[in-house]
Design a protein around this ligand. Sequence first.
Ligand SMILES: Cc1cc2nc3c(=O)[nH]c(=O)nc-3n(C[C@H](O)[C@H](O)[C@H](O)COP(=O)(O)OP(=O)(O)OC[C@H]3O[C@@H](n4cnc5c(N)ncnc54)[C@H](O)[C@@H]3O)c2cc1C
Length: 356
Amino acid sequence: MRICIIGAGLAGTLLAWRLRRGAPGTDVCLITAATPPGEATAASGGLVRGFEPDPAACRLAAESLAELRADPALAALAEYRETGSLYLTDDPPPTALLDLVEDRLPGSAEQLTAAGAAERYGITGPPDAHYLAERHAGYLSPDALRHGLLRDLLDHGGRTVAGPALAVGPGSVRLPGGTLSCDLTVLAAGRRTGPLLRQSGLDHREPTRLRGKLVQYTVHRAGGRRPPCFVDGTTGLYGRPHGRGDVLLGVPTDCWDEHAEPLRPLPDLRRETELLALLRLPGLRLGRVRRTVVAADCYSPSGLLELRATTDPAVHTFTGGSGGAAKCALAASRRAARDLRAPGYRDDLDDLLELS
Ligand SMILES: Cc1cc2nc3c(=O)[nH]c(=O)nc-3n(C[C@H](O)[C@H](O)[C@H](O)COP(=O)(O)OP(=O)(O)OC[C@H]3O[C@@H](n4cnc5c(N)ncnc54)[C@H](O)[C@@H]3O)c2cc1C
């Protein structure tokens, strides 16, 4: 069986690696393209933790982090740094999710008071907010992980073919130099996935709208008390230490699709980030801006990086992590590889292939 995966970002590379490692007989071909400006994997902040307010995302995040921490080679490949993490929320973290994190990452999560969070991390928030600290959390480099896995994929018989893919058809992928035939195709082209699907005359089987959204953060020189990895769900501010003496800070944008291209920094967003940092991180002294990073990611209604069926039974998509796929990608790709190989799923797929 030949599987073509389109897109060598974190999602496509991980899926190709899983498929090749899990079923060495499978011919896995990863179709690459020149890294576009603002590619999510190259720009990603790489914050990883176990807790997420959404139960499905929490499961993927906690499982991914557990796998990373249990595999020193993988952690080294990903340049994982364990700084700890703090998550501020308006609502109390559900007990079921705390149990889930405890099960996957024993002894990691602890609820703090506002005073406890300020003392331990220098992060001040509303007294009635909820403060979830995780010891076993930090950040990684999605770009380094992608390149490391790509080397491993090639060492283990996987192949890459230079794209870009122009369209996918029944059992084939159209490339600038010709057509590649395959049994299954997975579009993992990040924010280009939706347009590529439409260009091919296809759509998802279940109604799913994939949208591109701009993500922006700033790297500052910083003195004083630098925070660990944190997400302030009460304001949207997030950040982490960056290199020696720098700090990365951002807030979510509301810049979708056509408004997101071409990608340009939003100055108001930078100012908002700096004001929120003054409020939440009183011990931090923000120095000059080293750089502002502007990129875009693929957002889906479920918010999850997951395998989705399309109107062509031999074509799937694997994207839609909504600005948070770095933390979920290990478990999400394991699940996607299993679903592509699972006997029940294959039977279903074979029936559909016969029908088409
Ligand atoms: C600025 C930023 C910060 C982030 N920070 C975090 C974070 O702190 N924590 C976290 O968990 N997540 C974070 N994320 C999210 C996470 O990094 C992304 O969800 C993830 O990297 C997406 O990977 P991808 O492979 O789906 O997409 P991409 O990285 O966009 O990769 C898609 C690939 O497909 C290729 N491609 C496109 N079209 C074609 C074609 N026609 N043919 C062949 N190839 C094609 C592109 O060249 C690209 O290499 C962040 C995202 C951004 C943008």
